[in-house]
Ligand binder design. Structure first.
Ligand code: SF4
Length: 232
């Protein structure tokens, strides 16, 4: 079994064990690539998510943060999960890290409204802890469905958790970043999470590396790649 399929199997097992512990005996998973989904698009996926209680994060969240942006975006960003600001507003990446992400998108020559932004989990983990594998597994069908509906040409994975969820690897982000990884035919560029860049602002190396990653994405999309600048 490959590392990726092994990780997926572990996540599914954790998810099923959690559901069993909650007394659930029948699970109906969404079908991300089914005809109804393709026809209904993002709205149908949001409807299916409903007032979701599929994992324990539902108990502490204020708002489900589904995702936003161009439903036919060429570029999709996937982060880890909502923080306090996002939980309050119901929109992804609206806090300080979100403002940095917006500046990074603008530096690429794009508006926020031209890309699609989502998270691995759609409810805020308490105390901003990392989402647990069974929480990621529970939310994953909806992320898969969003990716299928948007059908982006490139995905940027923001941080280790997003890279892990999208690529099924536990490799550190520093090893993954800087190159495209194939994910069912869609190239994924892992890079640093904006929160990490903010926490390490004093060392410009990290921002320079993130900007280098984004420039590769721009080249892949045929966008103008400036010779200078740091992306923020
Ligand atoms: S994180 Fe995802 S699976 Fe868990 S309750 Fe929220 S929407 Fe449902």
């Amino acid at each position: 079994m490959s590392e990726r399929s092994g990780e997926f199997a572990r996540q599914v097992r954790a998810y099923l064990e959690y559901q069993l512990s909650q007394g659930v005996r029948k699970i109906v998973l969404p079908s991300p690539t089914g005809p109804a989904r393709a026809a209904g698009g993002l709205e149908a996926i949001r409807d299916e998510l409903g007032d979701c209680t599929r994992c324990p994060l539902s108990a502490t969240r204020r708002t489900i943060v589904f995702g936003e942006g161009d439903p036919h975006a060429r570029l999709m960003f996937v982060g880890e999960g909502p923080g306090a600001d996002e939980d309050r507003e119901g929109r992804p990446f609206v806090g300080k890290a979100g403002r940095l992400l917006t500046r990074m998108i603008n530096a690429m020559g794009l508006e926020r409204s031209e890309v699609y932004i989502a998270n691995v989990v759609k409810c805020r983990p308490p105390m901003n802890r990392n989402p647990e594998p069974h929480e990621i597994a529970a939310c994953n069908p909806f992320l898969e469905a969003q990716i299928a509906a948007v059908s982006p040409e490139v995905i940027v994975a923001l941080g280790r958790i997003a890279a892990m969820a999208l690529l099924g690897t536990k490799d550190p982000i520093m090893k993954l970043r800087g190159m495209f990884h194939d994910r069912n035919g869609i190239p994924v560029m892992p890079t640093y999470h904006p929160s990490f860049l903010l926490r390490n602002e004093e060392d410009r190396k990290w921002k320079a590396e993130a900007w280098s990653d984004l420039k590769k994405v721009m080249a892949r999309l045929g966008l103008h790649v400036p010779a200078t600048g740091n992306g923020s």
